[in-house]
Design a protein around this ligand. Structure first.
Ligand code: GLN
Ligand code: ZN
Length: 770
């Protein structure tokens, strides 16, 4: 049985490309050296796949920054503001990806967006009316030839025309209809070039097909490919899909003469049913995506084999494949020296997944000697490996419906809290973190190396907290924060302090461009063994009469930014994490913290791609997990939450039903459309739509902030409105953060004077222990 890799990660096992590119950005490395480093990565990976016996090895899956951006460049879609810079092609692509400042003029980057339901972000290409679409680039052809010169025949991959059209942003009057023809022609030229180069197979990625499709979408897809596939005699064409199933078009697929069809059997909930209930066209190859490209657990061979067997019984000629690109996986377990073999044997990163492809295909063929792999694999799945913690299971099973309901109801709490806190109209606050300085990072390093004792490090953190409490007092903010100086990362910090998580040394996954993240692994049942944040919050509160917010990360975000378990459901995992965070919330409360923020920065991240699955497959457990976190607190304790985006116009009722008292979110860059939706949906949670953009070093004027607030007030009740930046300030410098906040407080005060009266702040410090 043949094997196929959809795409491989590309930053290098040691993140070589990241470091080389960053050096290049700083003019510390030449273009030639950067290209050399990239070629080295490609050669190593091709050879690795070849050694593992992969039959369909991808090329053109490499990118210096992003493959959607590369596709735009391939077809000459360069907005004029970048073209005018007259840069080299490489620098032009980086300008599009990252923006560019300096004497030659300032350009902002193209927008970046989440790649489907992953934590990868792609560059959104723009189409201007005067764009001249044509095959303009050489990259795919060069890389194909480069591999050939190493003696490796590859399958070039490209975002397919349908998905590319759907991902484009049209900035002028033109739309899909106007450019469809010229784009299809460019794709045909692409196919022709590969015919000349002798490629046997071409892969077109069409992930947009797994979303809900309209009639119009379906018509577009068919018309595009009827035209693309009309030429005979070129390379064979693989339609590659992933991240879901093709329920909207599956039955009609045989109408198009694809030579291969790639289906995702891991995330495609209905893929199996579609294949077995309808016929699979006999003359096509099925690329069966069985090896999970998004999670790091070993494949359960027995299960995969039984599926492969059933496909064979149906007479379907099958190629074994990853479920999606391996981009979403770390490179290899080989670099993990600290993790014990007992754990590691359960994992497969990208390189180990290549071995799984090989072993499974040998097993499917009944090759001699392959049985040993099956035996070993079977052993991994027998017995729970002692992962279940009886106490936690018992506690989860004992959760009653009323545990998800905070009492009294929202409006009663709002009344009580207004009296309790006596906050002024338009209360001002921040999202949690303050600048993470080089000094702080240096201290962290010295702590890790043992150069600093825990006491010395802690006393340094206390000084920072005290300093920033003082700054916030002087600024006149109403609800303060301790600044999160003790945290490196909002998920890792908590995962490290909870039981049940594992950490890696080098399991980096590309998030965008040169940025990589290292998600923790949820290994076993999660529980809280000791306080996570209490001492910092209590210390900060002891320094101020004003309320200081306790600051926690919510269960859904912790789950979404980790590698989840596959032996229990996401819902069950979320419940366990929620109980752990709930204990922390209650302990904060017991220690005199009266405002507690539970961040759900990533709540939207795993929202299913199809609307019809939003509630049943996700929100129906995600929202209750959040409610479980805070349902135990007193009516007077104020619960805040925060989200790093404002695209929740379509799930507003779900957000409201999280039943927080206050929510802050990003709004400064959006057109405030969200405010209309809040109004239409009678959103009752108090809201702090970010009044300025913390992602930019720019210091906003108070007049500008006031204008934003006035706009907000035209849609929201004054009593519901909070005033805050749109996210944490950890990436800003103090010289940016402080004046910005000063202007923010000024704007709120002016507005307050016009619209209401200030109320004196009650004294909380007396009740604090230190
Ligand atoms: N409280 C966190 C902070 O301020 C929230 C971070 C986030 O939303 N990503 O840094
Ligand atoms: Zn945020």
């Amino acid at each position: 049985m043949k094997t196929s890799v959809i795409a491989f990660p590309r930053v290098g096992a040691e993140r070589e490309l990241k470091f080389a590119a960053e050096k290049y950005f700083n003019a510390e490395l030449s273009e030639e050296a950067l290209r050399e480093s990239a070629a080295g990565i490609r050669a190593r990976q091709w050879r690795k796949m070849k050694r593992e016996g992969i039959d369909f090895i991808p090329s053109n899956d490499f990118s210096f920054y992003d493959r959607v951006l590369d596709t735009a460049l391939l077809f000459n879609l360069i907005p004029s503001r970048y073209r005018e810079l007259n840069l080299s092609p490489l620098d032009c692509s980086f300008a599009m990806a990252r923006g560019r400042g300096g004497a030659a003029g300032n350009v902002k980057p193209l927008a970046m967006k989440k790649w489907f339901n992953t934590n990868y972000h792609y560059i959104v290409p723009e189409l201007e009316d005067d764009a001249e679409i044509r095959l303009a680039g050489e990259k795919p052809f060069l890389e194909f030839s480069e591999a050939l010169s190493l003696g490796i025949e590859t399958k070039p991959v490209l975002i397919g025309a349908f998905s590319f059209l759907k991902l484009l942003r049209f900035t002028g009057k033109k739309g899909i209809a106007e450019i469809r023809g010229s784009l299809v022609k460019a794709y045909r030229d692409y196919i022709r070039r590969f015919r000349e180069l002798g490629a046997k197979w071409l892969q077109f990625d069409e992930p947009c097909l797994v979303r809900d499709l309209t009639e119009e979408d379906i018509a577009l897809f068919f018309s595009v490919y009827e035209e693309l596939l009309s030429e005979k005699g070129g390379p064979r064409i693989l339609l590659q899909t992933y991240f879901g199933d093709l329920r909207d078009i599956y039955e009609r697929l045989p109408e198009l003469p694809f030579d291969g069809i790639g289906l995702d059997f891991v995330e495609g909930e209905r893929t199996e049913a579609l294949v077995f209930e309808h016929a699979f066209p006999g003359d096509r190859l099925l690329f069966a995506g069985l090896i999970n490209g998004k999670n790091i657990w070993r494949n359960q061979y027995e299960k995969s084999l039984s599926l492969l067997l059933r496909l064979r019984e149906r007479g379907i000629e099958t190629v074994l494949s990853g479920s999606c690109s391996f981009l979403h996986l770390p490179y290899t377990l080989r670099g993990e020296e600290r993790l014990s073999e007992d754990y590691k044997k359960h994992f497969a990163f990208a390189e180990e997944k290549l071995s799984e492809l090989r072993e499974l295909s040998q097993l499917a063929e009944g090759e001699e000697g392959s049985q040993e792999a099956l035996r070993q694999n079977r052993a991994l799945f027998s017995g729970g490996e002692g992962k279940a913690d009886r106490e936690i299971r018992r506690r989860c099973a004992g959760i009653r419906p009323e545990d998800y309901v905070r009492k009294p109801d929202f409006s009663e709490r709002e009344r009580l809290q207004k009296a309790e806190f006596g906050l002024p109209l338009f209360p001002t606050t921040t999202i949690g973190s303050f600048p993470q300085t080089e000094e702080l990072r240096e201290m962290r390093r010295r702590r890790r190396s043992g150069e600093l004792s825990p006491e010395e490090y802690e006393s340094f953190l206390r000084q920072r907290i005290a300093e920033w409490i003082q700054i916030q007092e002087e600024l006149g903010l109403d609800v303060l924060v301790h600044g999160e100086f003790e945290r490196n990362d909002m998920v890792e910090y908590f995962a490290e302090r909870l039981r049940g998580f594992l950490f890696t040394e080098k399991a980096w996954v590309q998030s965008y461009g040169t940025r990589c993240v290292k998600p923790p692994i949820i290994w076993g049942d999660v529980s809280r063994v000791s306080p996570l944040s209490v001492k910092w919050s209590v210390y900060a509160q002891s320094l101020s009469r004003k309320p200081v917010k306790g600051m926690l990360t919510g269960p859904v975000t912790i789950l979404n930014w980790s590698f989840p378990r596959e032996d229990i459901s996401l819902a069950e995992s979320a419940k366990q994490i929620a109980l752990a965070i709930r204990d922390e919330v209650l302990e904060l409360e017991k220690n005199g913290i009266r405002v507690i923020q539970v961040d759900e920065a990533a709540l939207r991240e795993k929202l299913p791609l199809r609307k019809s699955d939003w509630y049943s497959a996700y929100l129906d457990w995600a929202i209750p997990a959040f409610r479980l976190v805070h349902s135990g607190v007193r009516a007077e304790t104020q619960i805040h939450t925060h989200m790093c985006y404002s695209e929740f116009g379509d799930i507003i009722p779900a957000i409201d039903s999280m039943d927080a008292d206050v929510i802050s979110f990003e709004a400064s860059r959006s057109d405030l459309q969200i405010l209309d939706s809040l109004r239409e949906n009678h959103f009752r949670t108090e809201v702090g739509p970010g009044v300025y953009d913390i992602h930019s070093p720019r210091i906003p004027e108070s007049a500008e902030i006031r204008a934003a607030l006035e706009k907000m007030l035209s849609r929201l009740d004054a009593e519901k409105l909070w005033v805050n930046p749109d996210c944490g300030l950890k990436t800003r410098r103090a010289e940016e953060a402080i004046p910005s906040l000063r202007n923010m407080v000024k704007a709120a005060r002016e507005l307050r004077e016009e619209r209401g009266t200030a109320v004196p702040v009650p004294d909380f410090s007396a009740s604090q222990s230190t």
